[in-house]
Ligand binder design. Structure first.
Ligand SMILES: [Zn+2]
Ligand SMILES: [Zn+2]
Length: 366
């Protein structure tokens, strides 16, 4: 057996602790099944028609809820592809360079053929010191997973997983089906809940289950509906939770809607082109998670419109165009509603000479 110090034991304990919220949800779900299907439907309901209808609808929602929850938990988050990792020579060069600007030059050269449009707040190439890679747009380092996660949304303790490009659709469906599950239980349990207050229920353990089932379903419905509404708004604007809190910074300035392509295309980016898959927790999001089309004008002349070695148009060439030509000024809201910031290509450090190391400016990520 491999020796493990106190650090290893702590890490293992932490890993077990991280599963606590998932176990809690699992137990709650198990109890809700017993309370609804057995105690409410089979024991309390007298009408056969009502019984059958409720049981069929309940099992359908239960299955979709468990399926999407399962997929959100067990779909591994995607990490940047090898094109974004520095080569051995580049890593050595980076370590050798003492100055921030020289290091930035190494990174700029390494990022030359990559489809990167976002920068750090100080205008530097986004680099993850820990993973030693150039961060693709919308990618962030998760301190819990200790990895760079593509299109990271947030690290969710309720699924003990990072919600990002690989499972964001599953997470949305999990919210939707769990909300429907709770609303359905609350709605069909309501008349039996009222019966309790009018002493219409027999004084058995059924009473306990019917009351708590209603309270739990109503309480979760309220919190889930606000979270689901928030994520629907994020999808419609093509933002991640992290981007909603801190707008992405592009080479030419900050733009809170930099990735938004309009409602329909934003929806399709997450759910895919084929509507028949929209409600199923199967992967159908567009793209590869490393490159995203933007609505920006004044594309960086140094960057290619499509990455070498990457093929973001593979799934749907029509919807994954990287703007090869700048849009006209009149077509862009960028010039009107976001702060612009002009950066000289020949002197990217301009105006920031007081910074000790702009090249390796790390973002304070969650
Ligand atoms: Zn990282
Ligand atoms: Zn994470």
């Amino acid at each position: 057996m491999a020796p493990s110090g106190p650090g290893g034991v702590r890490r293992r304990c932490r890993r077990v602790l991280y599963w606590t919220p998932v176990v809690f949800i699992g137990l709650l779900l198990g109890w809700s099944y017993y309370a609804y299907a057995i105690q409410l439907c089979l024991v309390s309901m007298e009408n056969i028609g009502e019984q059958v209808l409720c049981l069929i609808a309940y099992h359908l929602l239960f299955a979709m809820f468990v399926w999407s929850y399962w997929k959100t938990i067990f779909t591994l988050p995607m990490n940047p592809s090898k094109e974004f990792h520095l080569s051995h020579a580049e890593k050595e060069l980076l370590e050798r360079e003492p100055r921030g600007e020289a290091q930035q030059e190494v990174l700029r050269r390494a990022a030359k053929d990559l489809p990167i449009y976002t920068r750090t707040m100080s205008g530097a190439i986004r680099y993850c010191d820990r993973c030693q890679l150039i961060k693709p747009d919308r990618c962030h380092h998760c301190s819990v997973c200790d990895k760079c996660i593509l299109k990271m949304d947030h690290h969710c303790p309720w699924v003990n997983n990072c919600v990002g490009f690989s499972n964001y659709k599953f997470f949305l469906l999990f919210l939707a089906y769990s909300l429907l599950y709770c609303l359905f239980i609350a709605a069909t349990d309501l008349q039996y809940f009222i019966k309790f207050w009018t002493n219409g229920l027999p004084d058995t353990q059924v009473k306990f289950h019917v009351i708590f089932l209603f309270f739990a379903a109503a309480m979760f419905s309220v919190s889930l509906s606000s979270l689901f509404a928030y994520h629907c708004w994020l999808v419609s604007k093509n933002k991640s939770t992290l981007e909603a809190f801190r707008s992405p910074v592009f080479r030419h300035g900050t733009d809170k809607n930099g990735f938004s392509l309009g409602f329909s295309k934003n929806m399709r980016q997450v759910f895919g082109d084929e509507k028949k898959y929209w409600l199923l927790p199967t992967f159908s999001s567009l793209g590869d998670g490393c490159a995203f089309p933007t609505c920006l004008v004044n594309q960086d002349p140094e960057q290619p419109s499509t990455p070498a070695g990457l093929n973001p148009t593979a799934k749907n060439p029509e919807n994954h165009q990287f703007p090869a030509k700048p849009l006209r000024e009149s077509q862009s809201h960028l010039l009107t509603d976001s702060q612009t910031w002009i950066e000289s290509t020949s002197n990217p450090g301009k105006g920031k000479s007081g910074m000790s190391n702009p090249a390796l400016t790390m973002e304070n990520e969650t």
